[in-house]
Design a protein around this ligand. Structure first.
Ligand code: SF4
Length: 730
């Protein structure tokens, strides 16, 4: 990344992201070295990043087997030649002294973090024997997999071959699931990942609790930056003046939990003032008259006491959106598990977008395209007569992926059938799921817990067997056949060797399959044979992909105006303003508002979010990233801080409504947050003693999230329903 691009990222990522002098000089040295050594055989090897799940194309600089730096691959449509600051720090994952080095087996009670170092053969034999016994005693469905990212593909394949479809990811029920369900119910399709948002062409962009920039998904942030440079009219709704809010034309400091009230009032203004996109709605809408009648009572005056946003501001922002339609984009967000009505709130966002007439239209939502690369021709998976374990009796009728919390619940109750083994791949369940005690209760019911990861996060401490994975710079993964605004594929390949006895996930899955007598599901000799087979079947060259990292396909239409068929795969075949499928299932066919419970006296709502240089709780061991943000702070309104005698830099502990007390956390006293809530970055406050460097730096929001509300449509866990007060240091 050139220095101008890096400055642009840091600017939009927030003033708090300041490279220390040490990091700047280290990066400078690396750049200098790359320049001076390039004539003497410095290798540039393409791969794609895994510091988060976004999969940006990267180029690694390596000399004599030593990794010097990683930068963006200019051929890659996702990274456009630039990694985000977090991706640039990817080298820190390779050099992390606290990473897992050897297979470990538990030698005392779960959670004590006492281990025997074992060989791979010992570890895999133990796991295979346990899995065979579980299959024999309870059936294959008694094994469940929790997975995150593309690296989990071969472990998922192993699970399907073994006979279990109980495969879930926190990215559904703890993150984007309600959004995808809300959009699916409205347009018949979800928002996808990377999101199909045409940010760079939007003329008006609305962010609701979505702090783009602090939430660093490279392509979106680059497009956001382009849109700002093009003069986009930005409306930001957030109880906190985020970095994005600082750039907004309209900033609406909403009362936490009242977003649905604002959405309904906006739609009421657009409908009653007849400002919506009438030709589009008439052509594509279903049930518009019923919808219009339902939202009529939600005037800006009604919404004012709920939201704290003055009626004239609600009207002005609704008119601003109408002014730029159809190139007005109300961003669907990503982490949207907030208050329990999240799928319906996401549906309200989908409906507001539909009123703008922006689905399939430039500046709104495009139709992602991909290259045609056939899957590997594996034998058929065994059939199971049992339904998936997470959603008994179809209680959450619109859940279209497995709910992690549903697996956890079944593990505790044994209903609808027992779950006796978990594999956890690349996700720290203790921090990812709400109510860590519930997760620990479930773990105590298991006969087998296997964790595959690169770092010893909290979940590893509870495992029976810990398998150390090679980091992304040391391994191949499955082919990335991306769905995006243009078709392309990308390759992850090793650029350096793993420094200890770490192995790639494909190797682990294949070896374990052999021990489970499932070797015929992994008929290839090694992953390169697998990759070559898939590419040959698509008429593509593995040699070219290895050399360039990316193969791009022909451009294809992505808007209705370019020839994308204007078809909506909903029951009515149209955009469902009024949803008969919701009505038939006993839910509101048009979203309604429910007031959230207010904070108890002396308590503040706990809000949390992302940092531009960290990914969840998985990067606090990375020295390069920790050099940029090394601990989190709790944002407290200045007046509230004064009332408690607190100032920025003081340390306090947070105590939640159930008496749970956090680790020490630094105070940030600021006018940039409302008085009824506090805010912290997610991912810090590690209590795993194996994470020596990250241990107890900052506090964990996850520890304080002891309560959650379940979304009735899809079973997601809403987590912005916890409150905290302050425990002052003696
Ligand atoms: S967004 Fe950043 S961390 Fe994520 S894959 Fe891209 S460069 Fe890596």
């Amino acid at each position: 990344m050139d220095s101008v691009s890096r400055r642009k990222f840091l600017k939009i990522g927030g003033a708090s992201v300041v490279l220390s002098a040490a990091t700047q000089s280290a990066l400078g040295r690396v750049e200098e070295l790359a320049k001076t050594k390039s004539s003497k055989g410095l290798e540039k090897i393409p791969t794609f990043c895994d510091i988060c799940f976004w999969k940006c194309g990267a180029i690694a600089y390596v000399e004599d087997g030593k990794l010097w730096k990683v930068e963006g691959n200019p051929l890659d449509p996702l990274s456009r030649g630039r990694l985000c600051p977090r991706g640039t720090g990817g080298i820190g994952a390779h050099y992390d002294p606290d990473r897992l080095k050897y297979p470990l087996m538990r030698k005392s009670v779960r959670g004590e973090e006492r281990w025997n170092q074992v060989t791979w053969d010992e570890a895999l034999t133990f796991i295979a024997d346990k899995m065979k016994k579980i299959k024999n005693d309870y059936g294959p469905e008694a094994m469940a997999l929790f997975s995150h990212g593309i690296g989990g593909n071969f472990i998922k394949h192993l699970f399907k071959a073994y006979g279990s479809a109980n495969i879930g990811a926190p990215s559904f029920a703890q993150c984007r699931g309600p959004r995808d369900v809300g959009f699916n119910l409205t347009f018949g399709e979800d928002v996808a990942s990377p999101e199909r948002t045409d940010i760079k062409n939007a003329q008006c962009l609305v962010l609701i609790g979505s702090h783009l920039g602090e939430n660093m998904h490279n392509t979106q942030v680059q497009e956001f930056s382009d849109a700002l440079a093009n003069g986009v009219s930005l409306i930001v709704v957030d109880p906190r003046v985020s970095v994005a809010a600082g750039k907004a034309k309209y900033y609406l400091p909403i009362k936490p939990g009242a977003d649905m009230a604002l959405l309904l009032a906006w739609m009421q203004v657009l409908v009653t003032e007849r400002l919506y996109n009438k030709p589009y709605v008439e052509k594509y809408g279903f049930g518009f008259d019923n919808f219009a009648a339902e939202i009529l009572p939600y005037s800006p005056e009604w919404a004012y006491p709920e939201t704290g946003i003055e009626p004239e501001v609600i009207r002005a922002t609704a008119r601003e959106m109408a002014r730029y339609q159809p190139a007005t984009l109300i961003h669907p967000g990503r982490h949207v598990t907030w208050y329990g009505d999240d799928a319906q709130r996401s549906r309200a966002i989908a409906l507001l977008n539909a009123l703008m007439g922006n689905w399939g239209v430039k500046g709104g939502f495009y139709y992602p395209v991909s290259m045609d690369v056939p899957s590997y021709p594996y034998p058929e998976y065994p059939h199971s007569d049992k339904p998936k374990v997470d959603n008994p009796d179809n209680k959450f009728p619109f859940a279209h992926e497995v709910n992690t919390n549903g697996i956890r619940k079944a593990t505790i109750s044994g209903e609808p059938y027992p779950v006796k083994g978990w594999f956890v791949y690349a996700t720290n369940l203790i921090h990812a799921l709400p109510d860590e005690q519930e997760t620990i209760r479930a773990i105590q019911n298991l006969d087998l817990l296997v964790v595959i990861d690169v770092i010893p996060a909290e979940i590893a401490g509870w495992a029976d067997v810990v398998l150390p994975e090679a980091v992304y710079l040391e391994r191949h993964d499955d082919l990335n056949v991306e769905w995006f605004r243009e078709p392309f594929i990308s390759l992850r390949q090793p650029v350096v060797e793993a420094p200890h006895d770490q192995k790639p996930n494909w190797w682990i899955a294949k070896k374990l399959a052999d021990k489970l007598d499932l070797g015929h599901y992994f008929p290839w000799k090694d992953i390169e044979e697998y990759l070559e087979h898939r590419l040959n079947a698509a008429g593509l060259s593995y040699g070219q992909l290895k050399k360039e990292g990316i193969i791009r396909g022909e451009k294809q239409p992505i808007y209705f105006a370019e020839g994308v068929p204007d078809v909506f795969p909903t029951p009515s075949g149209k955009i469902e303003f009024y949803s008969l499928q919701l009505a038939e299932a006993g839910f509101d066919p048009v979203p309604k508002y429910t007031q959230p419970a207010p904070p108890p006296a002396g308590f503040f709502r706990l809000l949390y979010g992302r940092a531009p240089v960290h990914s969840f709780s998985r990067t606090q061991s990375n020295r390069v990233l920790m050099d940029m943000i090394g601990e989190n702070e709790v944002w407290i309104n200045q007046d509230i801080a004064n009332r408690y005698g607190l100032k920025s830099g003081d340390f306090i502990r947070l105590k939640n409504q159930d008496g749970v007390i956090s680790n020490r956390i630094k105070v940030k006293a600021t006018e940039r947050i409302r008085t009824d809530c506090v805010y912290m970055i997610h991912g810090f406050g590690h209590n795993s003693r194996m994470l020596k460097f990250a241990y107890q730096k900052g506090a964990s929001d996850a520890q304080l999230i002891t309560r959650y509300k379940t979304d009735p449509l899809m079973g997601g866990t809403a987590m912005n329903v916890n409150f905290v007060t302050f425990e002052l240091e003696a």
